[in-house]
Design a binder for this molecule. Structure first.
Ligand code: ADP
Ligand code: MG
Length: 550
């Protein structure tokens, strides 16, 4: 078959353009990306070989090699992992298959500085090779197949794919370095980069082609080492690799469970919101290993969806190595590991939330992931109490975030409910006529803007014996709460009869358009507002549902 010429997906072209033109500060990270991919490829082969040993039998010692050629000015990153065939090359190195791509693309502004920051969070993975190369060549042969393939591109809109002979199993990425990137031919430089970013990689990373080449890295799985031997930087780099993430971890949790079940967990809470957080599949991204062998990153049931912001690995000693991904789902061991993870993660979040010195840090976490955590309120009954205490709200009662306990502590005499209003954004909620009467009486109202708020409130219903009540419903009764300042007392109040005939006139005019017209205590400045009847759907929810049906 001759050479095929293909175009990059539009998103990739845009990304490559930005990679080429923006001054990405640390170009050396391209090496981390290529090594990370090589390591993933070896992980996947090792898993496949559990059931099909012939896939790796001819060359079973998985490793990564860096090879430089000063004359040709090339740096090669080679692995003997799972490899790619023609379709894989086109799909993986021509598109961005990663979820969240659309969300990411929508956020790009066209302003280079801001966009580079966003790319930093999203990551360019393989495409970062073009930061230092005029041309990138990928030679690959998939495990179990005999035909090898060559992929070539200069990163400007197109790439070619053709058959190639005598390609070893796995992938070789050959970088034809730009004139001013000669430093990446220097062995000392490469050694330092590997130690900085890739020391945690569990496979040997060798320099040169010789059989006596020494590994540049420790080549042991980071999570198997003890906590006090791991530096924050090592944790961070491991997080980047395992999470395909580029921010700093907000929280690092590393523990070993011993006893009836044994496993090691190394989990991270990101400090930036991942782009795929609100994908409908609600998949988590924690990788499951069994005795150091990667099994899957799709072990449904390992982490509940409301903790899907977690990244990291869980390595079990008890699960059988040959467990299929399908069998995993109903494995009771997995449920026990999940219970351990939930207990540990919620425990650590609680410590953060209760520590006044960590208030700002916890607020950051809450802004990123609060809306996800709230899903647990109706999905994980067992931890509802604990989750409720982790919740934070915007409110009319204070700047910043408040907890339900804060709210309860500030409740007025005669107040028997937790009042809230839901809507799309905080500022319009603050101006809402429906909360005027509450403000006048000094009654705090929680301002809720996450769509999920419409779902947990009816399910949780109350906290510490106080019911949640929407101020947009007819039943929110203020008459028993004394107003702090009641200027209207001195004013001449219209007689009840006058109001009665006004109400009758309005009812007549609006006819079928409204269910009822009532005199209310809730307004001070505005003459009227709309409310939902007690038994009816909340107004904001009604609007949300209408939007969804469109
Ligand atoms: P990510 O690693 O986040 O998926 P990348 O851009 O780094 O994104 O890589 C894209 C895809 O290309 C990978 O998911 C993988 O399927 C494939 N790939 C890249 N490098 C290799 C390799 N050395 N061996 C096998 N597959 C690879
Ligand atoms: Mg990658």
């Amino acid at each position: 078959m001759s050479e095929e010429r293909l175009s990059f997906q539009a998103e990739v072209s845009r990304l490559l353009d930005m990679v080429a033109h923006s001054l990405y500060s640390e170009k050396e990270v391209f090496l981390r990306e290529l090594i990370s991919n090589a390591s993933d490829a070896c992980d996947r082969l090792r898993y496949a070989a559990l059931t099909q040993p012939e896939l790796s039998a001819d060359d079973p010692d998985l490793k990564i090699r860096l090879v430089t050629d000063a004359d040709a000015k090339t740096l090669t990153v080679a692995d003997n992992g799972v490899g790619m065939n023609r379709e894989d090359l086109i799909e993986n190195l021509g598109t961005i298959a990663r979820s969240g791509t659309a969300a990411f693309m929508n956020k790009l502004t066209g302003d280079d500085k801001k966009d580079v920051g966003l790319i930093g969070q999203f990551g360019v993975g393989f495409y970062s090779a073009f930061m230092v190369s005029t041309r990138v060549e990928v030679l690959s042969r998939k495990a179990g197949e005999s035909q090898g393939w060559r992929w070539v591109s200069d990163g400007r809109g197109e790439f070619t794919v053709s058959e190639a002979d005598d390609v070893a199993r796995g992938t070789r990425v050959v970088l034809h370095l730009k004139d001013d990137e000669g430093e990446f031919l220097d062995e000392q430089r490469l050694r330092r980069i590997v130690q900085k970013y890739s020391d945690h990689i569990a496979l040997p990373i060798l320099l040169g082609t010789g059989d006596d080449a020494q590994a540049l890295n420790k080549a042991s799985a980071l999570w198997t080492r003890s906590r006090n031997e791991i530096t924050p930087d090592e944790y961070k780099e491991f997080y980047h690799h395992v999470g395909h993430a580029f921010d700093d971890p907000w929280l690092t949790l590393h523990w070993r469970a011993e006893g009836k079940i044994e496993y090691t967990s190394l989990l991270f809470v990101p400090s930036a919101k991942p782009f795929d957080l609100f994908n409908p599949d609600r998949r988590h991204r924690v990788k499951l290993y069994v005795k150091r062998v990667f099994i899957t990153d799709e072990a449904e049931g390992l982490v509940p969806p409301y903790l899907r912001f977690l990244r990291g690995v869980v390595d079990s000693e008890d699960l059988p190595l040959n467990i299929s991904r399908e069998m995993l789902q109903h494995n009771p061991m997995l449920a026990k590991i999940r219970a351990g993870i939930v207990r540990r993660v919620l425990g650590d979040l609680t410590k953060k939330a209760e520590d006044p010195e960590q208030a700002d840090s916890y607020a950051e976490f809450w802004e990123n992931f609060g809306a996800v955590l709230k899903e647990g309120l109706y999905e994980d009954y067992e931890h509802r109490e604990q989750l409720t205490k982790l919740m934070r709200f915007r409110s009319t009662g204070a700047e910043g975030l408040v907890s339900l306990d804060d709210y309860i502590g500030r409740m007025k005499e005669g107040q028997d409910a937790i009042f809230h209003i839901t809507g799309d954004d905080i500022e319009s909620l603050r101006r809402s006529p429906q909360i005027e009467g509450f403000k006048a009486r000094g009654v705090e109202v929680l301002l809720l803007t996450d769509p999920v708020d419409e779902f947990w409130i009816p399910s949780v219903a109350e906290y510490q014996g106080k019911k949640f009540k929407s101020v947009t419903r007819g039943g929110a009764d203020l008459s028993r709460i004394k107003a702090e300042s009641e200027p209207e007392k001195d004013q001449e109040k219209p007689a009840e009869n006058d109001l009665g005939s006004l109400v009758a006139a309005i009812k007549l005019t609006l006819a079928e358009a409204v269910k009822d017209v009532r005199i209310s205590e809730r307004l001070t400045d505005s003459p009227v507002c709309l409310v939902a009847d007690e038994g009816d759907m909340d107004m904001h929810l009604e609007r949300l549902l209408k939007q969804h049906r469109q």
